[in-house]
Design a protein around this ligand. Structure first.
Ligand code: FAD
Ligand code: UDP
Length: 374
């Protein structure tokens, strides 16, 4: 009997590849018409630009194993994410760094002076931040919080930051030098041919049958085991309720030349309805000059309705309780393993997705060995 892998994103592709390398036959399903899940990239038919269809994806990691893994399947070009942010009619750089601080407060502080200045603004009564707002106030003080985080976060998550976990903000660095690299990770890059080419290379095997535009729910074949990277609540037919997600709407802008002069500009004011604009040719600087026309996308975030694409798991108190119940159900379903961003209902970057999928492969090897011995 063959194995089934549901979902052709990084999680599913890595599992399918691993099983195929061990000599097993795999049916890989995806309900979409393409592989690569939310990392899917494609050439825009009108401009020729490589477009990240489900939002900008920058590869960054401190995990050598994940980095080495992706290098096997395509060339990565150096790419550093340098985000601009518009707040109150001015342009700044993010993450908050010395230039942001000096421009915002109209100062010329040195690193030491800036550290002391922000320290004096930070709320010292907060010893352990219980939510996003407390984390921000204790980290950067009220002015920078209001200018760069309050409005953006309201738009992105649809909740007051006091209702959101501190962990969302902990993702971002705060720097007292002029380094505006958005990430701290040592390995960062962009695949030269896009992410879909990487996933296609991962999936190159005679042992893998890829069936697109096919929902797992519509397949009646019996499998030795199922690796499910779709939404965990959907697998159980939402019988314990629907886990909350934010979804995104993209508004396309196309014009001659250069639209905004950089890949990503965040719009931090609450009265502007979108969160950011991404201009995709700047994600591939090595070829950007080739294109006479450009394409950019305004990103709007809202609560996902049942038929929307689930993007960001909300994970507030109610969702976490529901998730625990689904995890209990999953434990009673030994014929299925749940993994990936949707299968575990966690906001996972690509590198974490990859290292978790590789860890599942490691455990699987042990199980298959025990199976063989028995
Ligand atoms: P997915 O890529 O979501 O793949 C799951 C697949 O399963 C989908 O193709 C879906 O169609 C399919 N599926 C689901 N249910 C079924 C079913 N029942 N039957 C058939 N098919 C099914 N990470 C970074 O490292 N850097 C970034 O810059 C970055 N930017 C991001 C920006 C946005 C807007 C978002 C939302 C995410 C971003 N990420 C980024 C995270 C990245 O997208 C994920 O880490 C990655 O996509 C997770 O891969 P996955 O295989 O687990 O899930
Ligand atoms: N954030 C913000 N303003 C910004 C950028 C980020 O308020 O200009 C907040 C927002 O709540 C976001 C979180 O910081 O969800 C983490 O930012 P990141 O860039 O990692 O967001 P993601 O990659 O999840 O879209």
């Amino acid at each position: 009997m063959r194995f089934c892998v549901v979902g052709a994103g990084f999680s599913g592709a890595i599992l399918a590849r691993h099983l195929s390398e061990k000599g097993h036959k795999v049916l890989l399903l995806d309900e979409r018409a393409h592989i690569a899940g939310n990392c899917h990239t494609e050439r825009d038919t009108s401009t020729g630009v490589m477009v990240h269809r489900y939002g900008p994806h920058i590869f960054h990691t401190a995990d050598k194993r994940a980095w080495d893994y992706v290098q096997r399947f395509g060339t990565f070009r150096p790419y550093i994410n340098r985000v601009k942010a518009i707040s109150g009619g001015h342009v700044y750089t993010l993450p908050v760094n010395l230039l942001t601080i000096n421009q915002f407060f109209n100062t010329t502080l040195s690193p030491k002076e800036a550290r002391a200045f922000i320290e004096q603004k930070s709320d010292k009564s907060i010893t352990e931040a219980k939510n996003f707002e407390e984390q921000a106030l204790s980290m950067i003080g009220p002015e920078l919080y209001k200018a760069f985080f309050y409005g953006y976060t309201r738009k992105q998550w649809g909740f007051e930051p006091t209702n959101l976990p501190a962990s969302i903000l902990k993702r971002l660095p705060l720097r007292f030098n002029y380094d505006d690299n958005y990430f701290n990770h040592p390995y960062q890059g962009m695949p030269e041919e896009g992410y879909t080419a990487i996933i296609a290379n991962i999936l190159k095997s005679d042992n893998i049958e890829i069936r697109l535009e096919t929902k797992f729910e519509d397949v009646s074949e019996e499998f030795r085991h199922v690796f499910y990277t779709g939404p965990i609540d959907r697998y159980f037919d939402f019988k314990l309720g629907r886990l909350g997600y934010r979804t995104l709407d993209f508004e396309r802008i196309e014009e001659e030349g250069d639209y905004q002069g950089t890949a990503v500009i965040n719009y931090c004011d609450q009265n502007i309805p979108f969160t950011r604009i991404s201009e995709h040719k700047h994600f591939a600087p090595w070829e950007a000059d080739q294109f006479t026309r450009t394409v950019a996308f305004k990103e709007y975030s809202r609560l996902a309705e049942p038929n929307d694409i689930p993007y960001y798991p909300i994970r507030l108190v109610n969702e976490k309780a529901m998730l625990d119940n689904y995890i209990a159900l999953a434990r009673q379903t030994p014929s299925v393993s749940f993994l990936g961003r949707l299968g575990t209902y966690r906001y996972l970057d690509m590198d974490v997705t990859i290292s978790e999928a590789l860890a599942v492969c490691d455990r699987l090897d042990q199980l298959l060995e025990t199976d063989k011995a028995a």
